[in-house]
Structure formats: C-alpha cells, structure tokens
Design a binder for this molecule. Structure first.
Ligand SMILES: *Cc1c(COP(=O)(O)O)cnc(C)c1O
Length: 427
C-alpha cells in the first residue's frame, strides 16, 4: 500500500480528490501539484504530537523546502513558525502576511541588507552562524533586545541510515562545541545588553532515517548546556534540534514515525535535563521536506522513447533537470507512475530524461515502467520539497505552474512562466 497513489474507477491517479488527467487538461505540463490537505495534516500532526507536559515546544517550518505566498499563509494558519535563510524568503513570508515574531532568520552569511531587512520587519529571532556575523549584526541599531540563537556544530553528522560523530569540524555552518572560542563568543553575546541570548540551534543533516541520531544530538546539546552553566553561569532557555527527518521517495525508504518518536525524544530531554541539573529548555524542531515532500507530484507528458544502439531505453518527458534537479545533484532516487493508466502492467527498465542539453539531465535512472506511449502522463512522486524551490531557467526553459489541490478542488498558487517572463530583466 502506497498512500501517495490513489486511483479512481478509470484507473487514473487522483491527487487531493482531483483526477491528474483533468489537472493536465486544465493547467498543462510540466506541472507541480501539491496535495494541500496532506500538507495541512502533516502540520497538524507535528503540532499535536510534538508536545510534552513538562516541555515547551515549537514547530518551525524550514521554508527553503517550498515557499510561496500561499504556503506562507498555510503555515501561519496551521500555527507553525517559519525559518527563512535569505532576504527573498523573508520578503515572501512578510508579503504572505506571516507574523514576523514567529520568523527565525538563519543562514551562514547574512548580508547587511538582509540583517537590516530583518530588523526593520521585527523578525523574532536571528540565528547567528559565527562570530563575524555577530559583529556585523551589532553594527545595526534597534530598540530593546534582539533574540539571538547561535548555531553550534555538535560533531554529529547524520545522513540516511547512519550518523557519525566527527572529530574534525570543517562545516561552513555553525561553531564547533569542541572549540573553546565558541563558549567565549556565547559569553560575549550573553553579556551584551542589546542581545538576548536564548540558546542553540543545530541541524545535523537531511533525509535521516535513524531516530537515534536525534537522541544523540539532544544528549550532546544538553551536556553543552550544562558545561556553559558550569563555566559561565549562563542559562540556556531554548534548543533547536533542526530538521532533516527522512521521507519516502521510493519504496526502499523507511522513515520512522515522528508521532511515535517525539514522546521518546521529549522524555529523554526531561530526564537528561534533570540528571545534568539544568533547566529543561524549550525544544524547537524545524522540518522542511517531511512536511511537503510526499504531498508533491510532478506531472509530465511523455513524448516518446528511444532505445540506444547500446541497448539503453530512455523515456522522454517535457520537463528536465531545470524543474527536477535533485537526481542530478545528489543522485536522489524517485518513483513514477503512468497517471492516466495505473493498471497498465510493468514492462521494462527505463531512464526518464528531459529536454535539457546535459547528459546528466536525468529524472529517474532505471525505473521499471509500463510500456510508455506518446501522450501518457508521467507522475513523479514525492516532489514537494526542493523541486519548485530549486528550479531554474536553464536552457531558457519555463518554470512550471504550482497547483494546490484539496477536497476535489484545485487552485493556482504559482503561475506558469511565459516567454516574456524570461525577458523581464533582459536589457
Ligand atoms: C535545510 C534545513 C532544514 C530542513 O531540512 P529538511 O531536510 O528539509 O527537513 C532545517 N534547518 C536548517 C538549518 C536547514 O538548513
């Protein structure tokens, strides 16, 4: 059973109660379709389950996964906070009427312009990444005290099925907890009357399938909180454990249940805080992909196939790496179905490729598909995160429209680009 694939009596793919072939008739391809109700259910589950009687908690949406005005509105309606990493994301959030007090401004290299924009808009929290950034921040003026978190690097790195403790700390993000200068910087921030040091931010990786990584992270940050208390008498009010919760791109992916995991994580935090004699901090998480990835589908029209002299079979679609970069960028794996004929039997292995002038323009490598026919609609699954947000105009290809579907209805949240859009800034 795959809850991403629902069908009607015509054996067509249904998304949010709407027949995918009808969406294609109305909006053309390539098309990004997001199941709005699935996104809302994820948000509601997170808010409901990331709770504990003894712990203050907050769920932040990592907007870089997918952000538009309507998405900002949705996240606000569901009561999550938002993390932005650039002036552009901040601008979108503000224009989408997202309450600035619930915005966290991240990023490892904020410009003066971005810092000023955050201050002018009364962004709730600035997450500083390094000492230079704190210095740069202090050149600006504001009233009262500015809430500051510091991104630390806990020496834990998690990817997919494993986590490693690293002893070399060469990440461009955050400051190592093993570097004594980090604690000196915290004291400087803490002692500055213009800054309100609230705590630590961490983010240890993406597409993590090992819940133990987050347990280890919580233990490590709490012992750092204890060390800070002992060394400088500084109390830490908040700790952000980041995002990176794994999602299902293919059947091989086995994400752990967040609903089952959260109570264990929060219990551990309560027990560890008591054991280490530190105040139980407020705990924040900031998932991105786990909120939107599985709710997204990209619909393409198949134009034809090619069998090479060497025996490789290609399926050609009307999109490309410009709207689907993760396969080329990370060798990410995906699954797809023929949206207009879910019952057609599987035939052979194909590589799905697009229109871009790159051999690396691959959407899916070696996937078993039914025999593709011209005009078939190919639906690539789990494309809600880092697809629209990473899309480009390479080869002067047009970015697809983004559609929200829910309860049998669809609406445009981003218009399809036109050729004139491509020329808008050309002089
Ligand atoms: C990317 C990122 C996230 C979200 O990661 P996901 O894998 O999308 O959940 C959260 N926090 C920070 C700091 C990030 O850079």
């Amino acid at each position: 059973m795959d809850n991403r694939i629902n069908s009607n009596s015509k054996n067509h793919l249904i998304i949010g109660g709407v027949d995918a072939t009808e969406l294609v008739k109305q909006y053309q391809t390539p098309l990004y379709v997001m199941d709005e109700s699935a996104i809302r259910h994820k948000c509601q589950m997170l808010i409901k389950r990331f709770k504990h009687p003894q712990v203050n908690t907050e769920v932040i949406y990592a907007a870089k996964a997918f952000l538009t005005l309507q998405m900002a509105k949705l996240i606000n309606e569901e009561g999550l906070s938002m993390d932005v990493v650039s002036g552009g994301e901040l601008y979108t959030a503000i224009k989408g009427e997202f309450p600035p007090s619930r915005i966290y401004f991240h990023g490892n290299n904020k410009s003066h312009e971005e810092i000023e924009m955050a201050i002018q808009n009364h962004v709730g929290t600035i997450v500083c990444d390094n000492g230079d950034e704190v210095t740069r921040l202090l050149k600006h003026s504001w009233d009262g005290r500015l809430r500051i978190m510091l991104r630390i690097n806990p020496g834990i790195e998690a990817h997919t099925h494993e986590y490693i403790k690293t002893t070399t700390h060469d990440s461009k993000f955050g400051l190592s907890i093993y570097d004594p200068k980090t604690m000196d910087l915290i004291k400087t921030i803490h002692d500055n009357p213009r800054l309100d040091f609230v705590g630590f931010h961490t983010h240890i990786g993406s597409q993590i399938f090992e819940s133990e990584s987050f347990m280890e992270l919580a233990r490590t940050v709490l012992s750092y909180i204890q060390a800070l208390k002992i060394k400088h008498g500084i109390l830490t009010k908040e700790m952000n454990l980041g995002g990176g919760f794994g999602v299902r791109y293919t059947q091989e992916d086995t994400p752990f249940s967040l609903a089952d995991f959260f109570p264990k994580l929060l219990n551990l935090i309560v027990e560890e805080s008591k054991r280490l004699n530190v105040d139980i901090p407020k705990v924040l998480i900031e998932p991105g992909r786990s909120i939107v990835a599985e709710a997204g589908y990209t619909l393409y029209t198949i134009s034809g196939t090619k069998e090479t002299f060497g025996g490789k079979r290609f399926v050609f679609i009307d999109g490309s790496m410009a709207d689907h970069i993760r396969t080329a960028l990370y060798q990410a794996t995906y699954e797809a179905v023929i949206a207009n004929d879910l019952k057609r039997p599987l035939s052979q292995d194909y590589t799905v490729t697009g229109k871009a002038c790159e051999s690396g323009d691959i959407i899916i490598k070696n996937i078993k598909l039914p025999k593709p026919l011209e005009g078939d609609i190919l639906a690539v699954l789990s494309t809600g995160a880092y697809h629209y947000s990473m899309s480009s105009n390479y080869n002067r290809l047009l970015k697809p429209a983004v559609i929200f579907v829910s309860g049998g209805k669809s609406r445009v949240v981003v218009q399809r680009e036109s050729y004139d859009d491509l020329l808008r800034h050309d002089v």
